[in-house]
Design a protein around this ligand. Structure first.
Ligand code: IPE
Ligand code: IPE
Ligand code: MG
Length: 256
């Protein structure tokens, strides 16, 4: 278990986040402001993804988790959903080599069973190609929902009880955490949402229990390295207390 809910990182609150999670919002509005159909914003959003992945590699960030498609986004007009799926397939294909060259390890989190065979195959290929890379871990959340994640973890617990492997009394936070998506990685330190809305929209619910939240009005296609640096600066000026007092955290920082 490396999630470590409520665990204070070793004192230095001036350091950069290790794990950044982003809700990439505002593609539709970006396009509409230019008199284009809303789905025209998505390919421009992919360019912003490329920019931010490279910016995170340059800044030595360990994990970047991007919300690409929520379990609720199926409710969108069918035409937009299928354009997003096509774009997902094309982008994986197009970006695979560049990601690999940059030492990025790509993973997709979410319920991929709902995707076409072609898309599932494409995801599997890029994951396999980049599996041994030791640079940035890039997690793409697709058909992901925070409630889905907790539900699938609960189902795993129930199956273990039914199989007689564990007793219900043994279920604790750490066991449930181990059954969640990316239990092998640290929880996000910094959450960024672009596009002006101030909500979590069923993204990482459990894993963001102690994540620092940052909201910006910048629309996702306009998000760049400077915008990322503004979020990083904001983060470094925060004091993460994890339930302790500010004085305790200060003393701990001075002692180390
Ligand atoms: C985010 O941008 C991308 C996806 C949800 C796929 P939106 O498409 O939600 O953009 P807005 O919020 O309508 O501007
Ligand atoms: C959240 O954005 C999901 C992604 C960015 C993939 P939405 O645009 O779907 O969120 P709501 O509907 O405004 O809450
Ligand atoms: Mg939106």
């Amino acid at each position: 278990m490396t999630h470590g809910t409520s665990q204070a990182p070793e004192s230095d609150d001036k350091r950069l986040p290790r794990h950044i999670a982003v809700i990439m919002d505002g593609n539709g509005r970006w396009a509409k402001r230019r008199g284009l159909p809303r789905y025209a914003g998505h390919p421009v959003g992919v360019e912003a993804v490329r920019r931010i992945v490279e910016a995170c590699v340059d800044r030595g960030i360990s994990v970047l988790t991007l919300f690409a498609f929520s379990s609720e986004n199926w409710r969108r007009p069918q035409k937009e959903v299928s354009l997003i799926m096509d774009l997902f397939i094309r982008s994986l294909k197009k970006e695979a080599r560049r990601l690999h060259r940059n030492g990025v390890r790509l993973r997709v989190i979410g319920d991929r069973a709902a995707f076409s065979d072609k898309l599932q195959r494409q995801i599997g290929e890029v994951e396999a190609l980049t599996a041994e890379n030791s640079g940035l871990v890039l997690q793409v959340a697709a058909n992901y929902g925070g409630r889905w994640d907790i539900t699938q973890a609960a189902r795993q617990m129930a199956e273990k009880v039914q199989a007689g492997e564990i007793d219900p009394e043994q279920i604790d936070e750490s066991m449930l955490e181990d059954a969640l998506s990316f239990a092998d990685l640290d929880e996000p330190d910094l959450f960024i949402r672009t596009g002006g809305e101030k909500r979590i929209s069923n993204f990482l619910l459990w894993q963001c229990a102690y994540t620092e939240l940052y909201f910006t009005d910048i629309l996702w296609p306009d998000f760049d390295g400077a915008a990322l640096d503004a979020a990083l600066t904001d983060f470094t000026n925060r004091q993460r207390r994890f339930g302790r007092t500010g004085e305790q955290v200060q003393d701990q920082a001075e002692a180390s």
